[in-house]
Design a protein. Structure first.
Length: 327
């Protein structure tokens, strides 16, 4: 009985090496694409003077959440400059943004698919459980074989590790939309695609943005692991501090990671709660336009995509010009 062993690991290794032998060029193409995305964003963040980039971050914070967040953003990023971690912090931010954008671009469609199909949900959930419980270091081994040492293995491992909460919360948000609201849209003749775009996704957006927030946070937690495979950035600094037992360098790099995490967390949380200053201004302008339109007369026969909009159906059914009901 002691000699019984299932060579599962060898089977997986054989599969991975078989994939490499079968399609050797596809992984080079993926590596090139990821590197181009990362290097372009890294150039954008590191080429201008630091105060220009900080000013942009402050303006974003001001537009999203107000002057307190803007002030905290300015102080936090100036502290990163003061401890001489600006370039490495921007490299890590570029990696997090690249991995986060790709993970969200994959997670939201998968979440929609899982919400629309019970069969897809039953297939996707075990896969997500596996992805979340597997230690993140394990993803680095095939990533290194497929994409070689550098930024790309870190990006790939980060995408796999951070993908799950985006899928789960997108599915949860869509499934929790009130069925009566969906049925009302169906009663007005809206197509499934239009119901998804104009009813389900807007109502589920706070939950979806919570998933985006978790994707970003998990991606940032992978910075150190990505540094172990040559991704550089703050992860590389932390790994170097571990190798040299350098407490000062480790604290400064770790503090920079914390500042990035707070900035990204508050930013995505404000976007998810729809509490942005810019959003409030846009809502106010939209309400003013609706009030101006209400004072005029809208054409009753306007059709969008072959369907009568819901608001025009309501206007038509409430109009005193409709035919009297026979009793």
């Amino acid at each position: 009985m002691s000699d019984l062993r299932i060579p599962l690991g060898e089977w997986v290794e054989t599969i991975v090496r078989g994939i490499i032998a079968a399609v050797p060029g596809i992984f080079d193409g993926i590596r090139t694409g990821f590197l181009a995305f990362y290097e372009g964003l890294d150039w954008l963040l590191t080429t201008p003077p630091f105060w220009v980039v900080i000013a942009v971050f402050v303006l974003i914070a001001l537009a999203v959440k107000g002057w307190k967040f803007a002030l905290g953003t300015a102080v936090g990023f100036m502290l990163i400059v003061a401890v001489d971690q600006w370039t490495t912090a921007m490299e890590s931010l570029a990696l997090v943004v690249v991995a986060g954008v790709i993970a969200v671009a994959l997670a939201i469609p998968l979440g929609i698919l899982a919400a629309k199909s019970d069969v897809a949900s039953r297939i996707i959930r075990p896969v997500l459980d596996f992805m979340q419980t597997m230690p993140a270091f394990v993803y680095l081994i095939p990533a290194l074989i497929l994409f070689r040492v550098g930024v790309t293995p870190g990006i790939v491992a980060t995408i796999i590790f951070a993908l799950a909460p985006g899928v789960r919360l997108t599915e949860l948000g869509i499934r929790r939309v009130d069925s009566e609201v969906v049925e009302a849209g169906q009663a007005f003749g809206s197509s499934p695609g239009r119901i998804l775009r104009q009813i389900q996704l807007p109502l589920a957006m706070p939950t979806i943005m919570a998933g985006v927030n978790q994707v970003i946070m998990l991606a940032l937690s992978m910075v150190v692991i990505a540094g172990m495979v040559g991704a550089g950035g703050l992860g590389g600094q932390i790994v170097a501090s571990l190798n040299r037992i350098d407490i000062a360098l480790g604290f400064e790099a770790g503090l920079s990671v914390v500042i990035l995490a707070i900035f990204l967390d508050r930013l995505t949380a404000a976007l998810g709660a729809n509490q942005t200053v810019l959003g409030k201004l846009i809502d106010a302008a939209a309400k003013r336009r609706r009030a101006e339109r209400a004072g005029g007369s809208a054409p009753a026969d306007r059709v969008v995509d072959g369907e009568v909009p819901v608001d025009e159906v309501e206007v038509a059914t409430a109009s005193p010009r409709r035919a009297p009901t026979a009793f």
